[in-house]
Design a protein around this ligand. Sequence first.
Ligand code: ARG
Length: 269
Amino acid sequence: MASKTLIAGIIVLIIVVGAVAYYFMGKGGGETYSPTTTTTTTTAQKKVLKVGTSPDFPPFEYIAENGSIVGFDIDLVRHLAKMIGYDDIEIVSIDFDGLIPALQQGQIDVIAAGMTITEERAQQVDFTIPYWQADQAILVRNDSDVKPASAEELEGLTVGVQQGTTAQSYLEDLVGNGTNINIKVYTSYVLAVQDLVNGRIDAVVVDKPVAQTFEKTYPVTISGVIETGEKYGLAVQKGNTELLNALNNALQQFMNSPEWDQLIQKYFG
Ligand code: ARG
């Protein structure tokens, strides 16, 4: 008897809960709202800047021990995003040579990847004002017999670079002009440096500030510098002047603030 009452009670409860749920789902002129939709709507209202990077380029972008993508460029963009009214940034990891296509296809809003402003790239994307300047460096193993001090001294060597970088085109130009270099192309600079450490290649050509960072974490050393005077910019989709102008204004302002020096201190100090 008691259990019958209990069962009846449960049935009534189910009906009431169902009716209430049905009533709320039906609200809004016949449209049904599932909890999932509600969550998505909330997320969409948050303004998130999608940032593409190739996290193999310390200290500009790299993978921290806990697996998250961090670095100078990440902090920089996070700061700028806040300044121009975004609630948050989302980091998308993409191989360097895939960044421009990803931007063009709208998978990301900004590239922040220590990307050198070049004429060729400027035909495909819009660059902000420069925020950094760098030359290229030649990295060798600490115990290496060969210590190429210049690009010419790369003659006869196997040299690693990351796919799609200015270092790759620089070496290809040298080869085109008759220098005998065996260029080995990697999807990531970390893989190139690992191959160097393991003795599979003789040298790596990479941006000098990054080479200096690799010197601290791998048994490698800079044997020479190639003065290219490259300037890094952030990139947005061609014609996205609204975002470009906002980023440029924020960048200008940020680079004149004490926080800029703090950021440099954090990653280069
Ligand atoms: N500055 C060089 C270039 O633009 C190398 C950039 C590589 N960046 C990276 N995140 N792996 O080609």
